[in-house]
Design a protein around this ligand. Sequence first.
Ligand code: RP5
Length: 165
Amino acid sequence: MSESAQAGAQVAIIMGSQSDWETMKNAAAVLDKLGVAHDCRIVSAHRTPDRLVDFAKTAHTAGFKVIIAGAGGAAHLPGMVASMTHLPVLGVPVESKALKGMDSLLSIVQMPGGIPVGTLAIGVPGATNAGILAASILATSDAALADRLIAFRAAQTDAVAERPQ
Ligand code: RP5
């Protein structure tokens, strides 16, 4: 990455294509709600391999603490990023048209021992949970964020009706 991270961004949200944004914007949205600065970029393992190497090798010095990587189909992005950084990488399998994201899921989840990618669910729930999980990781050393995360979860609980309407 030649340009520096957005001021104070601790989470990088990267995706293989503009077409992944519909899914990955849900990770950004929940990080916004929790007040976690993030930086969103398109980094393709297949179409922009040099950008991928540059991003992964400089992510730590750029100030990122967690990387969320979403990709679909032959989804090499999260694993390739994880191979080049010690930062935690959360993988989001984007739902593909042909195989409904099963290809993405299996591409991301089956990492060889030694290079972990924390793999979330296919599609929007996975992107949302990747954002929450990134915040949870950061909250282990940020008491104010932990308070916001606890409040977020309490509000979610309170929003569940006792009975169906
Ligand atoms: C992957 O190929 C991307 O992550 C995306 O999910 C999929 C399709 O990309 P586009 O053809 O829409 O650019 O690399």
